[in-house]
Design a protein around this ligand. Structure first.
Ligand SMILES: Cc1cc2nc3c(=O)[nH]c(=O)nc-3n(C[C@H](O)[C@H](O)[C@H](O)COP(=O)(O)OP(=O)(O)OC[C@H]3O[C@@H](n4cnc5c(N)ncnc54)[C@H](O)[C@@H]3O)c2cc1C
Length: 284
C-alpha cells in the first residue's frame, strides 16, 4: 500500500514547529526518523493531512552534560547513543541496550525521542528511561513542562504527550561510581523485538544492592517496574535465597500479556529468568 496524500513542511526552529502543530490540530503529525511512522503511513494506520518534519531542528539535537544530568536531545539517533563516549561513561545501560534495537540501518535514522513518544511497550528506550529515572522535557503552547518517565508511559502506545506538544529532550542522572547495570533481552533473532527484556541498575556495595530499578519490557501494555522485587533486594545481602524470593515476587507482581507468538505464561517465566541472571550479573 502507499500512504494517503499529505502536505509536508520542514520547520527549522522549535517555535515554528509548535505553531505549525497548533495550526494543523488533529490533522498534523510530527515525523522524526520516520522508522515507525513511514510504515504506519504506508499501511494507512495513520493519515495526517500535514506531516511536520522536525529532523532539521537544532534545539532537539545533541548529547550534553547539564549539571549532574546527561541531556539527550529528542533527535539523537540510536546509533549516536551506541557510539557516544558521554553515554558510555555516564549512562552505560543505554550503550548496552542500543545494539538490540533493530539493525544498524534503522538505528542510523530512528531517534531517541521518536521511540519514547511512540511508547511501544516492546521498545528498549522507554524501559531504559524508566530504569534510569529519566525526566522528559516537553514543549507546548504553554511553554516547557517536565515529567518523570514513571508518569510518562500511560498505556499501550499512549504517553502523556498532548497532540500539540513536542518532546524536546530527556535528562538522566549521571551514573555514580557504585552503579552496576544489566541489560538483556530474549528475542527469536538478533534485531527482532524482544519476547521479554530487562533493563536494571543498582548501587553496589560488597554483596548488597540498593536503589534498585528493574524494568521489564515486552511483557505488558507499558514498560513495567518490579517494585516489590526491588524493595525485597534493596539494602540486603544478596544470596541465592533472596534471588529466589525476588524472582518469585517479580513473577507474581507483573501481569504479563501474551503477544501473537508468545503466551503470558512464557513471558511470566522469562521475567524470572531475566531477573535471576541480572541479579547474579550485578553482584558478580
Ligand atoms: C524493521 C524495524 C525494526 C525495528 N525494531 C525495533 C526494535 O527492536 N526496538 C525498538 O525500540 N524499535 C525498533 N524499531 C523502531 C525504531 O526504533 C524507530 O526508530 C523508533 O521507534 C521511532 O523513532 P523515529 O525517530 O523513527 O520516529 P518516527 O517514526 O518519525 O515517529 C514515531 C512517532 O513519534 C512521534 N514523534 C517523533 N518524534 C517526536 C517528538 N520529538 N515529540 C513528539 N512526538 C514525536 C511521531 O509523530 C510518530 O507518532 C524498528 C523499526 C523497524 C522499521
Amino acid at each position: 500500500m502507499k500512504a494517503a496524500a499529505f502536505d509536508y513542511v520542514k520547520p527549522r526552529a522549535l517555535n515554528e514547529a509548535l505553531s505549525l502543530l497548533a495550526q494543523a490540530g488533529e490533522d498534523g503529525q510530527l515525523i522524526a526518523g520516520g522508522q515507525t511512522l513511514l510504515a504506519t503511513l504506508n499501511m494507512r494506520l495513520s493519515e495526517p493531512r500535514v506531516l511536520i518534519d522536525i529532523s532539521g531542528i537544532t534545539e532537539l539535537k545533541g548529547i550534553s552534560i547539564a549539571g549532574n544530568c546527561l541531556r539527550i536531545g529528542a533527535l539523537v539517533t540510536h546509533t549516536e547513543i551506541e557510539d557516544s563516549e558521554l553515554i558510555a561513561k555516564h549512562a552505560p545501560l543505554l550503550k548496552a541496550a542500543a545494539p538490540h534495537i533493530a539493525h544498524r540501518a534503522i538505528r542510523n535514522l530512528g531517534t531517541w525521542g521518536g521511540s519514547l513518544a511512540y511508547g511501544d511497550p516492546a521498545a528498549e528506550w522507554p524501559a531504559c528511561s524508566l530504569t534510569l529515572r529519566a525526566t522528559m522535557i516537553i514543549h507546548g503552547p504553554a511553554g516547557e513542562r517536565r515529567i518523570a518517565a514513571n508518569d510518562f508511559f500511560i498505556d499501550l502506545y499512549t504517553t502523556s504527550l498532548e497532540p500539540d506538544e513536542i518532546l524536546v529532550a530527556t535528562e538522566i542522572p549521571i551514573a555514580s561510581k557504585q552503579e552496576v547495570f544489566y541489560f538483556h533481552e530474549l528475542a527469536r533473532r538478533h534485531g527482532d523485538y524482544a519476547v521479554a527484556g530487562l533493563g536494571a541498575v543498582a548501587q553496589k556495595q560488597g554483596d548488597v544492592l540498593s536503589n534498585c530499578a528493574f524494568t521489564f519490557f515486552s511483557v505488558g501494555a507499558t514498560p513495567v517496574m518490579a517494585q516489590t522485587a526491588q524493595d525485597l533486594v534493596n539494602g540486603k545481602k544478596l544470596n541465592d535465597q533472596l534471588i529466589a524470593q525476588a524472582v518469585a515476587a517479580a513473577r507474581s507482581e507483573i501481569d504479563a500479556i501474551a503477544d501473537i507468538t508468545n503466551s503470558a505464561e512464557t513471558k511470566q517465566h522469562l521475567i524470572g529468568v531475566l531477573l535471576e541472571r541480572g541479579l547474579k550479573h550485578m553482584i558478580a
